[in-house]
Design a protein around this ligand. Structure first.
Ligand code: RB5
Length: 147
């Protein structure tokens, strides 16, 4: 079964989301796009919550794009089990997966150029969680796991 990437953006992230979605398809991912699908002004939390719900349900990894990526990451991280990482460089994208077991990548379309954004996505999708000591730390992120 192919890996699934659930993508969402607001109007500010629409173009970059489309570019990254086609890159992910080339990399063999099955794409699910929750919107937005037009350049009309819209509200980023509406898409962040849809993507985060699907990721929390184990349906795949997530990609969220807005102007800065900040609002998307704030909204997505309200969902238990979602670890959304706002990345503006390749190293952070790799580490977000290896150390933080991030399951949603957030990118700011007004911050990061499309070439770099593609490299960030490739790094995120190509890395995997290292477990071990990082597992204990990741478990401590959720307040419900506080001892
Ligand atoms: C939209 O203008 C902008 O506020 C939004 O895309 C995002 O940057 C919010 O975090």
């Amino acid at each position: 079964m192919a890996n699934v990437l659930i993508v969402g953006s607001d109007h500010a992230g629409l173009e970059l989301k489309r570019e990254l979605a086609s890159l992910a398809t080339e990399l063999g991912y099955d794409l699910r796009d929750v919107g937005t699908h037009t350049s009309d002004s819209t509200d980023y939390p509406d898409y962040a919550h849809q993507v985060a719900s699907a990721v929390a349900a184990g349906e795949g990894l997530g990609l969220l794009v807005c102007g800065t990526g900040i609002g998307m990451s704030m909204a997505a991280n309200r969902h238990p089990g979602v670890r959304a990482a706002l990345c503006g460089d390749v190293f952070s994208a790799t580490m977000a997966r290896q150390h933080n077991d991030a399951n949603v990548l957030c990118i700011g379309a007004r911050v990061v150029g499309s070439g770099l954004a593609g490299e960030i996505l490739k790094a995120f999708l190509g890395a995997s969680f290292e477990g071990g000591r990082h597992e204990r730390r990741v478990n401590k992120i959720d307040l419900s796991n506080e001892g």
